[in-house]
Design a protein around this ligand. Structure first.
Ligand code: BEZ
Length: 221
């Protein structure tokens, strides 16, 4: 059993590495391309492979939902720009889906290495299915890794994005299986005064001193 490669994965709260890369929408400097928005950066193992094709198409079908959340999608694999272009054309012809977000051609693996997307026991030449949720300050808010064989659930990517954005906006936590509209968790008090103030609150449901829920106001539509 080989030991985990240490240090290469950007962790929660850290600033995501910046990079310059060739993509299907031209050369980008990540920090400039991000433009102060949330980003979901995802890697896939290889072009012209079945699971990846379903994922790429599903991210594309749901692109408007990411846009609504002020979030930009960007994909990556260790393939050439010509392979990416041919694959996107093939997806358009076979599935009728146009890919509206850029795909990074990381042929020299520089970006994959910066983001810890290469897991040698899974493959030394193909990225695993990583998803990085990056906030407008370029800080990593969550990261999820799937193996080569199993496709991601885009509903869950959107659910986690909603959850992260809600936590960030309202300084709250979200319970298991939370969905937008559900009650959120108010983080537990850290001192006696805060505890007394909290227990006097009538705008939240107190299960115990450490577990309290609140219904957020519905945004005006
Ligand atoms: C796929 O996308 O189908 C796939 C890619 C690499 C390994 C296994 C499956």
């Amino acid at each position: 059993m080989s030991e985990a490669v240490s240090g290469a994965i950007p962790r929660i709260g850290e600033v995501a590495p910046d990079f310059v890369a060739e993509t299907t929408q031209g050369v980008i400097k990540f920090s400039e391309w991000q433009g102060g928005k949330w980003v979901v950066l995802f890697s896939h193992p290889a072009d012209f492979t079945p699971v990846c094709t379903t994922e790429l198409a599903e991210f594309a079908r749901r692109n408007d939902e990411f846009v609504k959340r002020d979030t930009k999608l960007i994909g990556l694999s260790i393939d050439s720009i010509h392979s990416h272009m041919a694959w996107l054309q093939n997806i358009k012809e076979r599935l009728g889906v146009e890919i509206p977000y850029p795909l990074i051609a990381d042929i020299d693996m520089k970006v994959a290495q910066k983001f810890g997307m290469l897991h040698p026991e899974a493959s030394s030449t193909a990225t695993v299915r990583a998803v990085f949720f990056i906030n407008p300050d370029r800080k990593v808010q969550a990261l999820v890794y799937y193996p080569l064989t199993n496709g991601r659930n885009i509903d869950e990517v959107l659910r986690l994005l909603d959850s992260l954005q809600t936590s960030s906006k309202h300084s709250v936590a979200t319970p298991a299986n939370w969905r937008p509209g559900d009650k959120v968790i108010i983080p537990p008090p850290r001192n006696v005064e805060a505890l007394q103030q909290r227990m006097a609150r009538t705008d939240m449901e107190h299960v115990d001193f450490y577990l309290g829920f609140k219904q957020l106001e519905k945004p005006a539509s």
